[in-house]
Design a protein around this ligand. Structure first.
Ligand SMILES: CSC[C@H]1O[C@H](OP(=O)(O)O)[C@H](O)[C@@H]1O
Length: 361
């Protein structure tokens, strides 16, 4: 019996109001799963901080949040009775765009969304500041709406590849919390479940910030999708036991040859899948591709504070002064990826020629 794929009842982010007084309502993902708490992103500083601290996270969601962050960041220009010149507006737009671009370095969706917003100003050099502010809100809303449609396509294409009656391993979180819609890799899980494929999801906890344990398990259980939480170090064992028929993960930046940067631990999952001859799928929108880069080693990898590892949840687990290395991402080389699922189609085998062919680039 198949169930229909329902959009999540929660939304990682939601715009409220108009271009001059509106704000971005965000789920604070750092306190899930025990608290469903919202923050009101009514200043660009709050939105910047929410991105930096992973209160809002996930490549597509970061892009949507930054797009709205630009609208919010320009609102202070419009004070009652004050005339805003286009020159001043353009100066402030450049400042806010640069500020938001400095929040996190790896997810290319952030820069893609900011550039799309800046392009609106370039495309309308003669319009007034007030008119442009309205156009910027429309562009941010378009980015959000397109993201929702993208998730649906990723879900359909991804589900078509997932085997039935087996376990599917996933890493980090790629669901509605990481996007404006139903997710990327997560959408494939939801669509496969709804299609009656009888899958069982094995979710890596995903240290150090535990997006898998805290967020993916929460999303799967919200949707009634059979699931089991495992530690990252158990991925090989569940494969060895024959529990896993495929793995599917998201991405934060994919190069022209198909090297895919994703949450730390992704490379290990890809190598384990290769060894166990298990299909390894990457699911990501075309906005996650950076065709200016060829090799994964060129992708800027965010390094985060050591306390994420030494003091998870504020509890000290390592000696004071311990040396720590905390890269937030690694990358799976194209050679280890069975296929990359995009909203424009499936890239398989993963080669630069096929990347460009499917993306039409
Ligand atoms: C749907 S993109 C999700 C992608 O982003 C996550 O990183 P973070 O939680 O640090 O924003 C992770 O790499 C996911 O695969």
């Amino acid at each position: 019996m198949s169930n229909s794929v329902s959009l999540p009842s929660y939304r990682a982010l939601e715009w409220q109001g108009d271009e001059l007084t509106g704000s971005l309502k965000l789920i604070d993902q750092t306190v899930l799963p025990t608290q469903l708490k919202h923050i009101d992103g009514n200043t660009v500083e709050l939105i910047w901080e929410a991105i930096k601290q992973l209160k809002v996270r996930g490549a597509p969601a970061i892009g949507v949040a930054a797009a709205y962050g630009i609208v919010v960041g320009l609102q202070p220009l419009f004070q009652p009775g004050a005339e805003v010149s286009r020159e001043e507006f353009d100066r402030q737009l450049a400042r806010v765009a640069k500020y938001l671009a400095e929040s996190r370095p790896t997810a290319v969706n952030l820069f893609w969304a900011i550039q799309r917003m800046e392009q609106v100003a370039k495309d309308h050099p003669q319009c007034s500041a007030a008119d442009l502010q309205q156009r910027l809100l429309l562009e941010a809303q378009a980015i959000e709406t397109e993201d929702r449609a993208m998730c649906a396509r990723l879900g359909e294409f991804g589900a078509s590849l997932l085997p039935a009656n087996t376990g599917i391993l996933t890493h980090c979180n790629t669901g509605g919390l990481a996007t404006a819609g139903d997710g990327t890799a997560f959408a494939a899980l939801a669509h496969a479940h709804a299609a009656g494929k009888q899958i069982h999801v094995y979710a890596d906890e995903t240290r150090p910030l535990l997006q898998g344990a805290r967020l993916t398990m929460w999303e799967l259980m919200q949707r009634g999708i059979p699931c089991t939480l495992i530690t990252d170090s158990m991925a090989g064992q569940v494969m060895k036991e024959g529990r896993i028929g495929a793995a599917i993960i998201g991405a934060d930046r994919i190069t022209a040859r198909g090297d895919a940067a994703n949450k730390i631990g992704t490379y290990s999952v890809a190598v384990l899948c290769h060894y166990h001859k298990i299909p390894f799928y990457v699911s990501a929108p075309s906005s996650t591709f950076d065709l200016t880069l060829l090799e994964g080693k060129s992708i800027p990898i965010e390094e985060r504070v050591s306390t994420e590892i030494t003091h998870p949840g504020g509890v000290q687990l390592a000696p004071t002064g311990a040396n720590v290395y905390n890269p937030a991402f690694d990358f799976a080389p194209a050679e280890l990826i069975t296929a990359i699922i995009t909203e424009k189609g499936i890239i398989q085998p993963v080669t630069e020629a096929n990347v460009r062919k499917v993306l039409g680039a």
